[in-house]
Design a protein around this ligand. Structure first.
Ligand code: PLP
Ligand code: COI
Length: 337
């Protein structure tokens, strides 16, 4: 294994030793298989390639001070993958296979789990694709599930430093009653033009408004949105955003820290009233936001150049549970072995 600079990893693909695979063929799921190849051999007519039958998950494992590897909220990710399967008519992946494959992939690549004090973690990417060939638009009859892992640092290079978001109303990532609530590749393809434009403009992500009325906040490209004011944690309720497991965790922790928690429609105008704003997700953890620029109205909302006190408390609390520095009262942690 190469010598890794754990503290400066960034968020990107990195080869590790093994991945774990499971095939659905002839109407049933097979045994888990371990592979050291980064490649898959796939039929050119596979539905994943033509019609986007593809869903993925994103989760993390952390090394504690005790040397034990902790996987965060694995059962929630397994359940969300089933929901994605239902959303795009893929064969439902049983949670037991998901969890067994994740644990195996983590254990086989233990050496790649960053040390406790590095601030880095092992990113786990479960992937399910339709591999059976179809030329008419219909679900495949064969599927491949793969879990691969890699050590990562922060998604936004700034880490826990405030960044800027941009609102651009001419772009939507997901339609009302469409697939925005599923973790399927098509949503991410649909967000690339806007995401790229945002990055070029110096913004860390796009803040999408609801695509029907453009009146309410939806989410950021790769993360959910939250705002804090008057001792209340507020996060959008919307049918077209991904139900973030990080956000769900933060709502629990916010309540524990004494904040009120509101999950509801958040009108655009409320941006002017927040004391703190952040983007949250597995990759992003909490990315505090210092400024939101509305490119259509040439209007800006600012939240200070340093992370706010509540965002800092939430970040520290979440990280402490993930790294095993504080007890896990919620059953969020699964030990890899
Ligand atoms: N929203 C989108 C569109 C995402 O891709 C992600 C990342 O997974 C999130 C929100 C955050 O979800 P989670 O906290 O479950 O990682
Ligand atoms: C995650 O947070 O796990 C994500 O999937 C976000 C992004 C890398 C797509």
């Amino acid at each position: 294994m190469e010598n890794l600079d754990w503290k400066n990893l960034g968020f990107g693909y990195r080869k590790t030793e093994y991945n774990v695979r499971c095939y659905f063929r002839n109407g049933k799921w097979g045994e888990l298989e371990v592979s050291s190849s980064e490649y898959i051999n796939i039929h050119m007519g596979a539905t994943a390639l033509h019609y986007g039958q593809e869903a993925f998950e994103g989760m993390k494992a952390f090394k504690g001070n005790d040397g034990k590897i902790r996987i965060f909220r694995m059962a929630d990710n397994a359940a969300r993958m089933i929901s994605s399967c239902e959303g795009i008519m893929m064969e439902k992946l049983p949670s037991e296979i998901f969890e067994k494959a994740v644990k195996l992939a983590v254990n086989l690549n233990k050496d790649f789990v960053p040390p406790h004090d590095s601030g880095a973690s092992l990113y786990i990417r479960p992937l399910l694709i339709g591999t059976g060939p179809e030329i008419g638009v219909k679900p495949a009859n064969e599927y491949l599930f793969i879990v691969f892992v890699m050590p990562v640092g922060p998604y936004f290079p700034e880490g826990f430093k405030p960044t800027d978001l941009v609102i651009m109303r001419q772009y939507d990532r997901a339609a009302p009653q469409g697939t925005g609530k599923y973790k399927v590749g098509g949503n991410y393809a649909a967000s690339m033009v806007a995401g790229n434009k945002a990055k070029k403009g110096g913004y860390s992500a796009v803040l999408y408004l609801d695509s029907k009325e453009k009146k309410y906040l939806d989410e950021c490209g790769p993360a959910n949105f939250f705002g804090i004011k008057e001792n209340t944690y507020i996060t959008p309720e919307s049918d077209s955003i991904l139900p973030s497991i990080t956000n769900k965790s933060l709502m629990t922790l916010a309540a524990e820290l004494g904040l009120k928690v509101e999950k509801r429609k958040v009108p655009y105008e409320e941006l002017a009233t927040f004391e703190e704003v952040g983007a949250c997700g597995t990759a992003a953890v909490i990315s505090p936001v210092k400024r939101i620029y509305d490119a259509d109205e040439d209007r800006e909302f600012t939240y200070g150049n340093e992370p706010g006190p509540w965002s800092t408390k939430l970040y520290n609390k979440l990280r402490a549970i993930q790294y095993g520095d504080e007890p896990d009262q919620y059953g969020w942690i699964t030990f890899a072995e």
